[in-house]
Design a binder for this molecule. Structure first.
Ligand SMILES: *[C@@H]1O[C@H](CO)[C@@H](O)[C@H](O)[C@H]1NC(C)=O
Ligand SMILES: *[C@@H]1O[C@H](CO)[C@@H](O)[C@H](O)[C@H]1NC(C)=O
Ligand SMILES: *[C@@H]1O[C@H](CO)[C@@H](O)[C@H](O)[C@H]1NC(C)=O
Ligand SMILES: *[C@@H]1O[C@H](CO)[C@@H](O)[C@H](O)[C@H]1NC(C)=O
Ligand SMILES: *[C@@H]1O[C@H](CO)[C@@H](O)[C@H](O)[C@H]1NC(C)=O
Ligand SMILES: *[C@@H]1O[C@H](CO)[C@@H](O)[C@H](O)[C@H]1NC(C)=O
Ligand SMILES: *[C@@H]1O[C@H](CO)[C@@H](O)[C@H](O)[C@H]1NC(C)=O
Ligand SMILES: *[C@@H]1O[C@H](CO)[C@@H](O)[C@H](O)[C@H]1NC(C)=O
Ligand SMILES: *[C@@H]1O[C@H](CO)[C@@H](O)[C@H](O)[C@H]1NC(C)=O
Ligand SMILES: [Zn+2]
Ligand SMILES: [Zn+2]
Length: 636
């Protein structure tokens, strides 16, 4: 028996739990562990995480994994709900208003219960599959379960499960030793749900003979435009339904007779992506406003959040249309693009290269982007082999300067060991760069401070970055849609690398659109400063006949009073901001890109400090965070 906890404080705890949190764990279990797909949905604040944990502690208190598993299995045989199962459903059912959030923001310290649940549900369906249950029966059962627990609307349940189930069954079928414990360990990544499978204890061999890279004496600077997370919605409908109860609204076909919330012309703060005319406006504005752009970094996510209804053909259309358009606007500028987690079909599913089965392979995407990116003249032919291998590549745009791009969307369940050899390749390329006296920028969709970055992979990635931090002068990311940065700390708890997040063109959700322009010195390719550009969506929507008023909202150096953006300066930045409420408020407002619907939500000073701690990337993050927020040791 695996009974955990007691029920005593449950009623009280339930009352205290914030409304926004309850859906996440179950969305995680069903949509993600069973369906492994969800990290592309909405983000949650750190705040929710703590309420979620409180919720978890109370609500699952007396659920036993075997009992739960038995009930599910009985239910699949009896085709009706026994009283006990009904009770379980009643206590676990998801309130509709809480259906869309990202479970990965919760760090699972209190995760022993969620772990029991995860293992229980997965165990049932892995067993049933191994006993010969057909794909169709499993699909129908999981769809019913998804609806019973109100995880999502019927539409979304069906779509997401139909898209993802073949992949999961392929993995279960081809890995007879794969257990629920391993999958839950990988997905939950917590101490209370440990990953003990030795297959995951791999390391990347790194050449340890470090040597210095010498700086160039030039005074030259380059300008880099950073665009990210467009999320183009081909079905966007101004005046359509912006509160539709699905993960993506404002689309044609979602009108209801009792609609109360209408999609804005330029976009919408609700769960809506970007209309075509807002994309052309943004790109033309960038082109007209900034002269002398040397390169463009485009860090991914072109496809919309209609994650239950994507198709290969639809993705090909949107990808081609957006790349073509960018190419036509910036016809004299080289773009360095990477893949976002939404580019595959279904989202997040990037199969390893050696899986060639028709409906599972990602090769269509790799071939498509290799042809486009090389065809536009953005990349040399030499980039093709690694793009085909796994969507990553490296180029040397100037003597002494190398760009390395990664595909941070990897299939760890199937092949835990460095899928597609990407990290091994990274270490090899960095070692060459070091020999060739090159400074490096790394482009990767998912930032190193994100929970969507899987732990095993992240551990080895950070080890490599740490080893080569003297040549890696900046990383560029997207994915979170927030305007934020990540600072990587070494074992001495000193900052030794920085990752700049570009924000997003999409307003998904409760955000304004933005992009960044960096000046980078050619001495060592460190970012010298950046400007953030944005517009206020609600003002834009008040006057739909005029183009939105883009403006420079701030430059990093001036905003936070820094002499330069070296890691040495950034090492002092966090403690300085943490001690000054004016600066904390600036970071907070910038994080949400000044969007009123986000700023109107309650967030006291402690809540704002939690946002600051998101900046920290370190294995003892919590300790370092407490240190920085409370002690005076690190102050300038
Ligand atoms: C599964 O586990 C058994 C026993 O530990 C081992 O002999 C076998 O090689 C494993 N099979 C696979 C495919 O890993
Ligand atoms: C490099 O150093 C690490 C950590 O000190 C060590 O674990 C690893 O074995 C070394 N690699 C080589 C190739 O010597
Ligand atoms: C949906 O409703 C909006 C507002 O009433 C209207 O402008 C739009 O044309 C409707 N769309 C369809 C497809 O009926
Ligand atoms: C780039 O586009 C502009 C405007 O459409 C056009 O005038 C110019 O000739 C184009 N340049 C190249 C190199 O194609
Ligand atoms: C793909 O490669 C992985 C890792 O080498 C291996 O475990 C797996 O069996 C291979 N799959 C196929 C279908 O060849
Ligand atoms: C691939 O998917 C299509 C559409 O869902 C289906 O008709 C076909 O049977 C699938 N093929 C394989 C090999 O699974
Ligand atoms: C130094 O920078 C200048 C200007 O970018 C460049 O032309 C030159 O090749 C660089 N020298 C080295 C050794 O990288
Ligand atoms: C950057 O600022 C730091 C102080 O934070 C200073 O020590 C360092 O010399 C400056 N570096 C450059 C290149 O100006
Ligand atoms: C806090 O930061 C603001 C803005 O940079 C500055 O004007 C103010 O002097 C700082 N306050 C303290 C107490 O350091
Ligand atoms: Zn995105
Ligand atoms: Zn993303």
């Amino acid at each position: 028996m695996e009974i955990v906890g007691n029920t005593s404080n449950c009623a009280q705890c339930k009352r205290q739990c914030s409304r926004k949190t309850t859906e996440m764990w179950f969305q995680q279990l069903i949509l993600s562990i069973l369906v492994l797909s969800v990290s592309g949905l909405a983000q949650n604040s750190e705040d929710d995480k703590f309420s979620l944990i409180r919720y978890l502690i109370c609500i699952n208190d007396n659920i036993d994994v075997n009992l739960f598993s038995n009930e599910i299995e009985l239910w699949t045989q009896l085709h009706h709900e026994r009283e006990l199962f009904k009770d379980m459903i009643n206590s676990l059912k998801i309130p509709t208003e809480l259906q869309n959030s990202d479970w990965r923001t919760f760090s699972a310290n209190a995760g022993s219960k969620i772990c029991v649940l995860c293992r229980g549900i997965l165990r049932t369906f892995i067993n049933l599959r191994r006993k010969g249950m057909s794909e169709e029966d499993i699909r129908n059962n999981i769809i019913k379960l998804c609806i019973l627990f109100n995880i999502q609307t019927e539409n979304v349940c069906k779509g997401v499960i139909e898209l993802n189930l073949p992949i999961i069954l392929y993995i279960i079928d081809s890995k007879p030793n794969l257990t629920a414990a391993t999958i839950c360990g990988v997905v939950l990544e917590s101490k209370s749900c440990p990953l003990t499978d030795p297959e995951f204890d791999w390391i990347i061999d790194v050449n340890n003979n470090s040597h210095a890279v010498t700086e160039n004496e030039t005074q030259e600077e380059i300008k880099i435009l950073h665009i990210t997370d467009i999320h183009y919605d081909p079905l966007y409908e101004p005046n359509g339904n912006s509160n539709c109860g699905e993960p993506l609204c404002c689309q044609k076909g979602q009108n209801k007779s009792d609609m109360t919330s209408f999609a804005g012309f330029w976009g919408d703060y609700n769960s809506c992506d970007t209309p075509w005319h807002a994309i052309t406006d943004a790109l033309e504005h960038m082109k007209d406003t900034h002269q002398g752009i040397d390169f463009i970094y485009f860090t991914g996510d072109i496809i919309d959040h209609g994650v239950w209804e994507t198709s290969e053909e639809g993705n090909i259309q949107s990808l081609t249309k957006i790349y073509d358009y960018i190419h036509s606007v910036f016809n004299n500028t080289i773009i360095y693009p990477i893949l976002g987690n939404h580019e595959s079909n279904p989202l997040n599913q990037f199969a390893p290269k050696n899986i060639t089965q028709d409906n599972l392979t990602t090769n269509w995407l790799y071939e498509l982007v290799a042809d486009l990116w090389i065809g536009y003249g953005w990349l040399p032919e030499s980039a093709r082999s690694t793009i085909s291998q796994g969507g990553y590549y490296t180029v040397v745009p100037k003597k002494g300067f190398r760009i390395i791009t990664l595909n941070s969307n990897v299939w760890l369940w199937y092949n835990p060991k460095d899928p597609d050899n990407q990290l091994h390749w990274l270490a090899t390329i960095l070692s060459e760069a070091e020999k060739n006296n090159e400074f490096v920028h790394i482009l990767s969709h998912i930032p190193p401070n994100s929970n969507s970055c899987l732990k095993t992979w992240k551990r080895e990635y950070l080890k490599i970055v740490n080893r080569f931090s003297h040549l890696i002068k900046a990383q560029f990311n997207g994915h979170t849609h927030n305007d934020e940065i990540a600072i990587l700390y070494n074992s001495d708890m000193e900052a030794n690398n920085v990752a700049w997040n570009g924000g997003s063109i999409t307003t998904y959700t409760k955000l304004n659109p933005n992009y960044k322009v960096y000046t980078v010195n050619c001495r060592n390719y460190e970012v010298a400063d950046y400007q953030n550009w944005m517009y206020d969506l609600s003002s834009a929507n008040e006057n739909i006949h005029a183009r939105p008023t883009w403006y420079k909202s701030y430059s990093f150096k001036t905003e936070y009073g820094l002499p330069n953006l070296s890691v040495k300066s950034l090492n002092n930045w966090l403690p300085k901001v943490a001690k000054n409420e004016t600066l904390i408020n600036k970071y907070y407002r910038n994080f949400y890109k000044q969007a009123k619907p986000s700023l109107q939500e309650t967030c006291d000073i402690n809540c704002k400090k939690k946002l600051l701690c998101r900046v920290i990337v370190h294995s003892k993050k919590k300790m370092l965070c407490d240190n920085i927020l409370t002690s005076s040791v690190h102050v300038l």
